[in-house]
Design a protein around this ligand. Structure first.
Ligand SMILES: [Zn+2]
Length: 265
């Protein structure tokens, strides 16, 4: 029996609820979906050296947290659709900040550790990346997925570690994937689900940058949600919005300010 059939049968038995607020209805109600349509600059409290310019679709707080956790840890794979659309929005936001002619975009998923893949039985970031590519292409932004990174060595669970401990834990844990070649001329955008301390994106960006030729465009990053530095009701980007889960972009100018150092390697 296929997964789609099982999901359809489960729908008959299990009432659907919003993964954010729990009200009966769609998997993500309009109110909770709107919380993931507020592109902002992701800026960890202490920005690590080498942290790439990063955009997030919303704040990792309140009703957004359970949505991400339900998708990531509790197997609600159908949330890949709205969360992938949110990731696409973040990608569009960070790409819009790059001056010059419009380029194609290559999404580079941050690979999970082998232990995490084993325990979850799936690569949730790749699921998000694949969905985001579909959304970006539908919005007229040429996009592909480029699996340029691999994990190496063993990394212990980062829960409860300080920023410095996380960096040390992750040092050297990413490498260029064997034989992987970056699409020529494309903007590389690292993608992940959530950014908190920025340690993971920083390490991943360092590994990615090490294989790029001089003069390559800056490495960028996009995530579904970021640890908020301002209240979730803070200012949002009026020129980007999700309409019926599609990214709609009205170009009014670049992001006001991007955090982190632009990688010029
Ligand atoms: Zn809701």
């Amino acid at each position: 029996m296929g997964r789609a059939v099982i999901a359809a049968l489960a729908d008959l038995v299990l009432p659907r609820t919003c993964a954010g607020c729990g009200i009966p209805g769609p998997m993500l109600c309009p109110g909770c979906a709107a919380l993931l349509a507020r592109p902002c600059t992701a800026a960890p409290r202490r920005v690590p050296w080498g942290f790439p310019p990063t955009a997030a679709a919303g704040a990792y707080a309140g009703r957004v947290r359970p949505v991400v956790i339900e998708f990531k840890e509790r197997g609600r794979v159908e949330l890949a659709a709205p969360l992938g659309a949110a990731l696409a929005l973040a990608v569009a936001a960070v790409v819009s900040a790059v001056p010059g002619p419009r380029r194609s975009v290559a999404l580079v998923p941050v690979p999970s550790s082998r232990a995490a893949l084993r325990s979850r039985g799936r690569d949730h970031v790749r699921e998000l990346a694949a969905r985001a590519v579909t959304e970006l292409c539908a919005a007229g932004i040429p996009a592909t997925e480029a699996r340029l990174l691999a994990r190496r060595g063993r990394v212990r669970d980062s829960a409860g570690l300080s920023t410095a401990q996380r960096r040390a834990n992750l040092a050297g844990s990413f490498a260029r994937a064997a034989g992987a070649i970056a699409p020529p001329g494309a903007l590389l955008v690292l993608v992940d689900d959530v950014v908190t301390t920025g340690a993971t994106l920083t390490e991943a960006a360092a590994a990615l940058a090490s294989g790029l030729p001089p003069g390559s465009p800056p490495l960028l990053a996009a995530v579904v949600a970021t640890t908020p530095r301002t209240p979730p009701d803070g200012p949002s980007r009026p020129d980007l919005q999700v309409v019926r889960q599609r990214v709609q972009i009205v170009r009014r100018g670049p992001l006001d300010r991007l955090s982190g150092q632009v990688n010029r390697d």
